[in-house]
Design a protein. Structure first.
Length: 181
């Protein structure tokens, strides 16, 4: 499908049927239907798919599956998927933009992690950072618990010594006094 941009100084060209009416200008926004929530979100023309996904996923209800990517669909046509850095576009009459969730993608013949798109690699990097942060937090908590255990052991040992040493000194001095007398 070919689209021509109108230049600002162009006069209206007559249509094929001889009518002088030009097609109406496209709307200044694009509508993306979220399959998880059923809501329609509007975005300015030129918005990247990554930002649209971020904005849509941020407003989802808890427990709703997040959107994985945006695609343009039309009955009887193969869907057009938008990569993370692709600008959303309107393909004309009959085409609509919608999100795809993991539940929608279960019918695919290949696993989702087999894709080597830049967005997928970025997600795996974010997952790795989250895993490293969780691991670091667990190690930090374990060190704090270990420090408390050592402090209680040291405190218990000092308490025991403070209770026992005076008794030991008394018995030692009681044994030594008769020898000097």
């Amino acid at each position: 499908m070919e689209r021509r941009a109108q230049l600002p100084g162009d006069a209206q060209q007559p249509g094929k049927d001889g009518a002088g009416d030009a097609p109406p200008p496209p709307p200044p926004f694009l509508e993306v239907t979220c399959r998880s929530s059923g809501k329609v979100r509007r975005f300015a023309a030129g918005t990247t798919a990554r930002y649209a996904l971020h904005a849509i996923n941020r407003k989802l209800d808890p427990g709703a599956p997040p959107a994985l990517h945006v695609e343009a669909v039309r009955d009887g046509e193969e869907p057009v998927s938008f990569g993370p850095s692709a600008a959303l576009a309107d393909y004309g009459r009959g085409w609509r933009l919608q999100t795809v969730t993991a539940q929608d993608a279960t019918g695919l013949h290949h696993p989702l992690h087999a894709d080597t798109k830049q967005g997928d690699r970025q997600l795996s990097k974010e997952d790795a950072v989250d895993t490293e942060t969780l691991k670091g937090t667990c190690i930090y908590a374990a060190k704090i618990v270990l420090a408390f255990v050592f402090l209680f052991l040291l405190g218990g040992l000092l308490t025991y010594l403070l209770e026992v040493i005076p008794d030991m000194l008394q018995t030692a001095s009681a044994l030594e006094l008769p020898e000097f007398l």
